[in-house]
Design a protein around this ligand. Structure first.
Ligand code: ADP
Ligand code: MG
Length: 257
């Protein structure tokens, strides 16, 4: 059974500057939620709050709650590594450990998050994660080669495999295809659709066709003039694209700004 995530009235500051204002969003279980909106409106900040990366940035402040299946990930006593294990993240620029082997890249997160896997089960886990990331056939004979020797698209799929190894309940993806060619992009989109059956996915994308192809739901973020980012509108992706309620959403999805 997949998990769901609820952001409740999240506000964020960098120093005295407020960049998100009381943003609430439910990201339902087993669905792909796309976060769209112009640069600088707080999408990455929102994503980082969802897995407690925001608090690692000097000067960053936060108000609000993030509930994973109803439990606040910021509750007193809940550890950072727990949130990190339950809620994985894939970034825009593929960031495998370049000198580490493909195999070791996949298992790298286990130790960091305190996830125990018996040595005898590791080969099975590596094959399973690489298969789910759509990479197994290409790298089964290259497991000992460095991660940095793979192509960009393969490196991004390796990062997806690495995220999956700790069995996250949620996978956050911040523009995962922006640095990739169209073929690699398509393959990652297929992987996202397949993964969504078990892992709830939240993806930031600037590509409206991609949002339309991969997501079930969309949230449109906007920070007008000097105001902090808010969600102008959210809902099922087909509704957001075919009959948005807000003119600003219509303008954005149709490429008018
Ligand atoms: P988006 O992902 O939608 O482009 P971000 O969440 O990256 O937006 O940024 C939101 C706002 O917060 C921007 O104005 C950005 O300049 C600011 N910001 C982001 N990261 C930092 C940081 N580490 N320190 C200070 N300001 C930041
Ligand atoms: Mg961003």
């Amino acid at each position: 059974m997949a998990s769901h995530l609820d952001a409740r009235s999240l506000s964020a500051w960098f120093g005295s500057r407020k960049v998100l204002n009381r943003v609430s969003l439910t990201m339902p279980a087993g669905r792909v939620t796309a976060l769209i909106g112009p640069s600088g409106c707080g999408k990455s900040t929102f994503l980082r709050i969802l897995n407690r990366m925001h608090e690692l940035i000097p000067g960053a402040e936060l108000a609000g709650e993030v509930l994973l299946d109803g439990e606040d990930i910021y509750a007193r006593g809940r550890r950072l590594t727990e949130a990190r294990r339950d809620i994985g993240m894939v970034f825009q620029k593929p960031n495998p450990f370049p000198a580490m082997s493909v195999y070791d890249n996949v298992t790298a997160g286990l130790k960091l998050t305190g996830t125990r896997v018996a040595a005898a089960d590791r080969d099975v886990l590596v094959e399973e994660c690489l298969t789910r990331a759509g990479l197994w056939k290409e790298v089964r004979d290259r497991l000992r080669q460095p991660g940095g020797a793979l192509s960009g698209g393969q490196q991004q799929r390796l990062c997806i495999a690495r995220s999956l190894a700790v069995r996250p309940r949620i996978l956050l993806m911040d523009e995962p295809c922006s640095a990739l060619d169209p073929t690699s992009t398509r393959r990652i989109e297929e992987t996202i659709r397949e993964l969504a059956e078990e892992v709830t996915i939240v993806i930031v994308t600037h590509n409206m066709q991609q949002a339309a192809r991969v997501s079930d739901r969309c949230a449109f973020f906007l920070a007008e003039q000097a105001t902090p980012g808010v969600i102008v509108e959210h809902g099922p992706t087909d509704v957001m694209f075919s009959s948005p309620r807000d003119q600003r959403t219509a303008d954005y999805v149709e490429g008018r700004f």
